[in-house]
Design a protein around this ligand. Structure first.
Ligand code: UDP
Length: 245
């Protein structure tokens, strides 16, 4: 039993609590969904429990494949124990197929396969909508060192390879995703979450999104898509008595 002390931070989909151990934190996953700078808010029934289990699966897989990450273990239905890292204020986006902001920025149609994997860096700043920055910005502004950037990039590529492969086996295409990294006693760990809130997953045969885009774009059956991803990944059939709207 971990003793929770304070809330360290609260974001769109999670609340992070400090514990009596300064090296550990508890992540609590919420059902709340927020998009477009908070202009669109809603609740996806069961999302917190589903994302907690999807993250458990994803981070355990990464650990098995030798990718250092913050996950220690699932505590209960909605929370997990993680290493308490200091988040590097650079969001790393990895893209295999054009979607979202890349389509908006370049005019390339969504769904276009990229000739090579694209890695983008963004300043982690919600007020500024996480603006795109390049490697010289990152070092110039002291956000991360060149060595840290190299470590983040090679881990991001490894994560992409591992997830693409595992998802392909369950007929899900990994379109893109974002990662956050944390510093922990001189090491860099993949942190934050890897879930349908932070990745674009398309069904390989129908090309239907199975992720947060269903909420952002009002595509319906948002909770069903999250349940489907969890079920295909782990075989776990999440059930709730709550009525869906
Ligand atoms: N993403 C995220 N949080 C954000 C912004 C983006 O998890 O605040 C994820 C998003 O779900 C997608 C990837 O990062 O899997 C690339 O997102 P994009 O830049 O296309 O931005 P979006 O279209 O989501 O605004």
């Amino acid at each position: 039993m971990k003793i929770i002390t304070d809330i360290i931070t609260e974001g769109k989909g999670k609340r992070v609590y400090a514990t009596e151990n300064p090296d550990e934190a508890i992540v609590y996953y919420k059902d709340e969904a927020i998009a477009f700078h908070g202009l669109k808010r809603g609740r996806i029934i069961g999302k917190g429990e589903i994302n907690n289990r999807i993250c458990e699966y994803m981070f355990t897989l990464l650990s098995q494949q030798g990718v250092p990450n913050h996950f220690i273990g699932r505590v209960d239905e909605r929370s997990s124990l993680v290493r308490r890292v200091t988040i590097i204020p650079v969001v790393v986006k990895v893209r295999n197929i054009v979607a979202g902001s890349l389509a908006r920025r370049t005019g390339y149609p969504e769904g276009t396969r990229l000739n090579n994997t694209v890695i983008e860096y963004c300043l982690k700043d919600t007020e500024l909508d996480d603006p795109l920055v390049n490697l010289t910005h990152i070092t110039a502004m002291g956000l991360a060192t060149a060595e840290e950037i190299r470590a983040m990039e090679s881990m991001a590529v490894r994560v992409n390879d591992i997830l693409t492969e595992v998802l392909r086996e369950i007929s899900i295409e990994l379109i893109d995703f974002k990662l956050e990294f944390g510093r922990f006693h001189g090491e860099i760990l993949v942190s934050d979450e890897i879930s349908p809130d932070t990745c674009r997953f398309w069904d390989a045969s129908t090309h239907e999104p199975l992720d947060i885009d269903r909420f952002r774009r009002d595509l319906g059956d948002v909770a069903g898509a999250y349940r489907e991803v969890l079920h295909r990944l782990t075989g776990y059939a999440y059930q709730t008595n709550e009525e869906e709207p």
